[in-house]
Design a protein around this ligand. Structure first.
Ligand SMILES: [Zn+2]
Length: 96
């Protein structure tokens, strides 16, 4: 299962994978300094405004990875590495 950063539509839940979306020019940067973009949902047409901080890693099928989007229920959000308990306690030890 490929993992890619993406953004799920808040209205219909369709996941848009950013790696392909950028190439297709679906995203419109509003301000490069703020990393803010708008995107039109491929499924319901809703205008989504987001920043790079809103992107999360999702596990999708190879087919969805190729098409660049996945319907609700066809993707799984993966846990960010930064919330891992072991790495957090190790960092705390190094800082003390
Ligand atoms: Zn939508």
């Amino acid at each position: 299962m490929p993992i890619s950063f993406g953004l799920a539509c808040p209205a219909c839940g369709t996941l848009h994978l950013i790696n392909r979306s950028f190439d297709r020019g679906r995203l419109t940067p509003l301000s490069r300094s703020d990393c803010v973009y708008t995107m039109e949902c491929i499924s319901c047409g809703k205008r989504i405004c987001f920043s790079k901080h809103d992107l999360k890693a999702y596990s999708v099928s190879s087919l969805n990875f190729t098409t660049g989007y996945a319907r609700r229920g066809q993707y799984t959000a993966t846990q960010p590495v930064s919330t891992n308990n072991q790495s957090r306690s190790r960092n705390a030890t190094e800082m003390s």
